[in-house]
Design a protein around this ligand. Sequence first.
Ligand code: F6R
Length: 247
Amino acid sequence: MRVIQVKDYEEMSEAAATLLFSRVKEASSLSLGLATGGTPEETYTRLAEKANKSNQSFSHVNTYNLDEYVGLAPEHPNSYRYYMDQHLFTKIDIPKEQTHLPNGTAVELRNECNRYERLIKRDGGIDVQLLGIGANGHIGFNEPGTPFNTGTHLVELTDETREANARYFSAKANVPTKAITMGIASIMEAKEIVLLVSGQSKAHAFAQLMDGEITEEFPASILNNHDNVTIIADEAAISLHASKHVL
Ligand code: F6R
């Protein structure tokens, strides 16, 4: 895993947007795996700015989001479809039908998981997967204990994750209890992975990712087994690891 050390959230966002923009520019066709949450917000803003400044089209790009809450319709302000529309899709020229998320309102949720997994495979797999990380090491909504061999599946959200995401809802009670997420195996099939880590609240997770063993109890640890991972991490996120190592 390559680690790019940056000063703060702004620098991380700029570095990530620059990297993604160059992939969009260089490719004749690109499958981008996308994450939501606080971490990539500014990355998306800057990516859209770069595209608009240089008239870069996204018409050759397909996107596949990692996850979606169960029970939230696309127009619900807390759905990840809504988040993606707000932060990226409406700011670039990507056709809506080329932007994919699991359907959290599907009647048959297990069929929906299978459909999503097959869709990604049918389209040739993900070229570049953007990831954030939970303080407990989750990637996507793959919580500690998720088997490494899982594809897209239905998950029960942990209390910790619902608590962390409650900041976007009027009350924790309104945070859905279930989600559909790409699995660890789905994520590991991406040809390239870019993991963003920012802030003191992620310092333990970053240190464990770098120094800890590879275990299902810390899902992100599997990334050590992927041969093309770039981590863009800021000083606060690196702080605990840096105190133990000369970087
Ligand atoms: C979001 C996702 C999650 C987040 C993680 C970090 O699509 O898959 O794994 O990346 O929960 O969230 P933030 O960035 O809000 O700290």
